[in-house]
Write a protein that binds this ligand. Structure first.
Ligand code: ATP
Length: 319
């Protein structure tokens, strides 16, 4: 490891369908390679179903039993890196989840236990992850304030919280163990625009205070003001990766350019066609059938990420 907090190398995840894969397989993540340092907020963007959440689950060692993984995801720790892909469950439970990696889950409200107040759930997490804390009650209130939630709201049950409040409780829960890496899976889904902005600003604040943040989203507009880096995923592969300002200003991959053109500021021009099924990925570049540059013999080759200036791109003919 060279100063990175997270170093993902050649990470692939496939799901076997049916008994022993007789029903085929879903190639959810293919050969993902990227790293994250403290202070970075990496937005991982891509259309629904391209593999973003599976990648997040892999980083927490939370894949279901029918998943097969290859590659490495090294998390830096004092005693040396932990490879989440090969670490035993006791290491994942005792040293990784909550302590090295905090998860802000998709749809925070449904993730909370419905019959217990936010306070009791936060206190329980404090007692498990922070036995060193003398005053769990005060610590929980401090965390609530840290994420911009009036501590009195902690006495509410999940159904009594608005979407924005539930999201803040979820961020507070993710911060209990003071993890250096926070993974937020679609943190803005279902929120209105002002709340989207408050949520991404909160995540940006976590990066500014020295954590690394991986924000998974299909909402490029939400990521734009806060991402320091951008990773674009298409049909299970990362196709472009680099400093966010550069990628937004001059996208290299035609898929990234298409996503930006589909934004309100880009003219609302949708990308024609549909992504391929992850059960039947074509050989070569999966974007080729939708690519505005048209077919080319070179596109039939393996679309590996190659370095291009300060970025990585998986295209033989970048824009
Ligand atoms: N346990 C599983 N068994 C089989 N396939 C799965 C399993 N979990 C996820 N998948 C498939 O993996 C693919 C990637 O799913 P994933 O949830 O990562 O997409 P996503 O990019 O996060 O989309 P969204 O934004 O809609 O959540 C999908 O085709 C999904 O159906």
């Amino acid at each position: 490891m060279t100063g990175e907090l997270l170093d993902v190398r050649g990470l692939s995840v496939r799901f076997l369908l049916g008994r022993r894969g007789r029903g085929g397989e879903v190639r959810a993540v293919t050969d993902a390679t990227f790293s994250l340092r403290r202070g970075q907020l990496l937005a991982l963007v891509g259309e629904s179903g391209c593999g973003k959440s599976v990648l997040a689950s892999a980083l927490l060692g939370l894949l279901p039993g029918n998943a097969q993984v290859r590659g490495h995801a090294l998390l830096s720790e004092q005693d040396g890196p932990i490879d989440v892909m090969s670490a035993p469950e006791n290491v994942l439970a005792q040293r990784v989840r909550g302590r090295l990696v905090g998860l802000v889950p998709q749809s925070a409200a449904t993730h909370l236990t419905p019959v217990r107040t936010a306070r009791s759930q936060l206190l329980e997490t404090v007692r498990v992850l922070r036995p060193d804390v003398d005053d769990p009650f005060g610590f929980a209130e401090h965390l609530a304030e840290r994420v911009g939630l009036e501590p009195a709201f902690l006495d509410r049950y999940p159904h009594e919280l608005s979407g924005g409040m539930a999201q803040r409780v979820a961020v507070a829960l993710a911060l209990v163990g003071d993890p250096p890496l926070v993974v937020a899976d679609e943190p803005t889904t279902g929120l209105d625009r002002p709340l989207v902005r408050r949520t991404v600003d909160l995540l940006a604040g976590l990066a500014e205070e020295g954590r690394a943040v991986l924000m998974i989203t299909h909402d490029l507009a939400a990521a734009r003001p806060v991402a320091t880096d951008l990773a674009v995923m298409y049909a299970s592969r990362l196709v472009e990766l680099g400093p966010a300002a550069r990628v937004f200003a001059e996208p290299l991959h035609p898929y990234t350019a298409g996503l930006l053109a589909a934004l309100p500021g880009g003219g609302f021009t949708p990308i024609p066609g549909e992504p391929p099924e992850l059960t039947a990925l074509p050989a070569g570049c999966a974007f080729a059938p939708r690519c505005p540059l048209g077919p080319d013999a070179g596109c039939s080759g393996d679309p590996e990420l190659i370095r291009w200036d300060d970025r990585m791109v998986a295209c033989r003919r970048p824009c």
